[in-house]
Ligand binder design. Sequence first.
Ligand code: ADE
Length: 252
Amino acid sequence: MLLGIMGAMPEEMDKIIASIDDKEIVERGSRIYYRGNLFGQEVVAVFSRWGKVAAATTATNMILDFKVDRIVFTGVAGAISPELNVGDIVIGQRLFQHDMDARPLMRRFEIPLTGKTSYETPQQNVDTMAQAVHTFLKNNKEFRKILAEQDITSPRLLTGDIASGDLFISSTEMKHALIKNLPSVVCVEMEGAAVAQVCDDYGVPLIVVRVISDTADEKAHISAIGFVNQHAGDYSLSILKEYIDLTNILKD
Ligand code: ADE
């Protein structure tokens, strides 16, 4: 089993990449892929750059060139649900492309010629990642102490719908428009649903796990940059470690 690990930004992937043993480095299509062993699991890790196209080409390469069996996409997201705070974690249930709109030819959000308005993650895959995140939240005392110093005292997990699009949501007005059109969505980012489309085309399972870096409002850019610089890498690495440990146990 070869696990593909993707993030959009170098800060989201640096610590994962640094922890890979026996690294082979392959450059292709302006991306750098790191293949090796992470906590006993064969992996390929890459940062895709921001946005749907960059994520889609990178995911395609992961599947065709490296032949990954499964992809985990990790990184930050902006909160849409008022229930979410900075530092909370979201596992994507359904993934929507909120900027897809071919009306009046098709329904709003419909991915042309698929008949779908979203890509759904199988419940079993959501549950496995949820178990890994719960273990991370319970066991990672040192990291939790660092988070608490920054007022992230009780990070929690929410499973819900994610919207992706080539827009950084940075005003209450943009946020409310998204809520109005896609009321089930709990957070927003710029890649997940594009990778989901590629994975669906090739029949490769995908799990999107995101950490809330901002509340997608007027202060989103300040909050997101601060969070990405301070915590995104530690979250990604710690969650992936628990996920790999768990899936290795389930395999035995
Ligand atoms: N990723 C992190 N925060 C985001 C936001 N506010 N909008 C889009 N993508 C994001």
